[in-house]
Structure formats: structure tokens, C-alpha cells
Write a protein that binds this ligand. Structure first.
Ligand code: CA
Length: 233
């Protein structure tokens, strides 16, 4: 069984926390970073985690990446429908990053710029690709990863759940090893804290979730920040 830590914080600048996160038994983890005016971002990310839980729990576990992706697509329709019915929710959307562990296999599905990382043998590896404008430029070789971190358009997503009808969900699976640590997080962590610091915290802290939040706040806490850490025995 994985040992799981989770934490979320509004940060030091914003007034509301538009992130949502949920742990669903067995061993399934979801983070979502909502966007939209007024309280719409909170509504979108909350809908995402609630719909994903309902869709998954309707099917006996284990849950593969196809089902995780389908859960995101169902949430996409619900969020679009709600935004259509209520003017104040128009234009809302959310990221979605889901990891489901099943023995020696990890399944994931992902939309947006929240991230899944794997710490294995002291190497931190990003397992998801950001669906963001700057990531597109990095892949084309027009920006370096370092330039992307500070780019004025780094928050612009190329797609979000609830924002487009034709959503392309990234999904996949990979083998799990004993000692693996997984991190799911919103960009409030990765925009504030570098990979080296994240690695060190995952390696050394007894409560890595709280320590990651603290590191983001110490670095300025400009955004809401949410993390789930799952360590495999
Ligand atoms: Ca964010």
C-alpha cells in the first residue's frame, strides 16, 4: 500500500483557493486547478474531482487509463453544460491530473498544466506534458525550459477541462517499482519551487506534502498550491 500525504493552501496573494484535490480508494489521486472569474474556477475544479469520483466508483477497481480519461471527458461535458446554463460560470475550466496505482502498474490521465512526477532512484521525472502555450514553444525549440518558467504567457493553457468540446486527454501507464514516490501538484508549486528542492523534500521530509507547501509559501506563494505525495513501499 502507498503512504499518502496531501495538502492545499490558498497561497499568500490570492483570496480564494481554486484548486481541488481528492484521494479515492483504492490508491487513486486527483488534482485540479480551476480557472474563471468570480468563484467559477472553484466550481470547475470541484466539479472535476466530484465527477471523476462518481465515474470511477461506478466501475469495480482496478481503474485503467482509459477509464481515467473517460472520467475526465464526462467531467468536461458536465462543466461545459453548467457553464452554458449559468452566465456567471461562462468560460470556466480546470486542469485535471489523475494517477491510479494498481499493484505493479501506474495508470494516469491528464489535461492542462498540473503535473505528475515520479521520484525513482533519486531522479525526479515529469511524467505529464503541460498543455500550455509555452510548452508548445519549448517543444518546437523556440524557448528553453528556463525561459518558459518566467515567460509572461506561461499561464496560458492550450486546453482545459470544461473549456473545449473536443478535449484531447493524455493517458498512459507504466510499471511501478518498490521505493517509487509519486507527486501530483498544481502549478502553484512548480512555478515557485525548483526540481532540486522538490527532490530533496521528497527524499528527506517525513511529511513531504506540508514541506512542499511551506517551500512554495517561502518562495512567495503567488498562487494556490496543492500537492499529493504517494510513496510505494
Ligand atoms: Ca494555479
Amino acid at each position: 500500500m502507498a503512504k499518502v500525504f496531501q495538502a492545499t493552501h490558498v497561497g499568500k496573494v490570492r483570496y480564494n483557493n481554486e484548486d481541488s484535490l481528492i484521494v479515492i480508494e483504492p490508491e487513486t489521486f486527483v488534482v485540479a486547478d480551476g480557472m474563471g472569474g468570480a468563484s467559477a474556477g472553484e466550481v470547475a475544479s470541484q466539479m472535476l474531482v466530484e465527477v471523476v469520483k462518481i465515474v470511477l466508483e461506478n466501475v469495480p477497481a482496478p481503474w485503467d487509463e482509459k477509464l481515467l480519461a473517460r472520467a475526465i471527458l464526462v467531467a468536461n461535458e458536465k462543466i461545459l453544460e453548467t457553464a452554458h446554463q449559468h452566465d456567471e460560470y461562462h468560460g470556466m475550466g480546470t486542469t485535471a491530473t489523475i494517477l491510479s496505482l494498481d499493484g505493479d502498474k501506474a495508470h494516469f490521465a491528464h489535461v492542462g498544466d498540473s503535473r505528475l512526477y515520479l521520484l525513482r532512484e533519486n531522479q525526479l521525472k515529469q511524467m505529464t506534458e503541460d498543455h500550455s502555450y509555452v510548452e508548445t514553444l519549448v517543444r518546437r525549440g523556440e524557448l528553453t525550459a528556463q525561459e518558459a518558467r518566467v515567460h509572461p504567457m506561461k499561464n496560458v493553457l492550450t486546453q482545459a477541462v470544461g473549456a473545449v468540446k473536443e478535449l484531447q486527454v493524455d493517458a498512459g501507464n507504466f510499471p511501478v517499482q518498490s521505493g517509487d514516490k509519486f507527486l501530483l501538484c498544481t502549478d502553484g508549486l512548480t512555478n515557485m519551487v525548483d526540481d532540486e528542492t522538490i527532490t530533496k523534500i521528497l527524499q528527506t521530509e517525513s511529511n513531504p506534502a506540508d514541506a512542499l507547501i511551506e517551500a512554495a509559501l517561502n518562495a512567495g506563494g503567488k498562487d494556490n498550491v496543492s500537492v499529493i505525495v504517494a510513496g510505494v513501499d
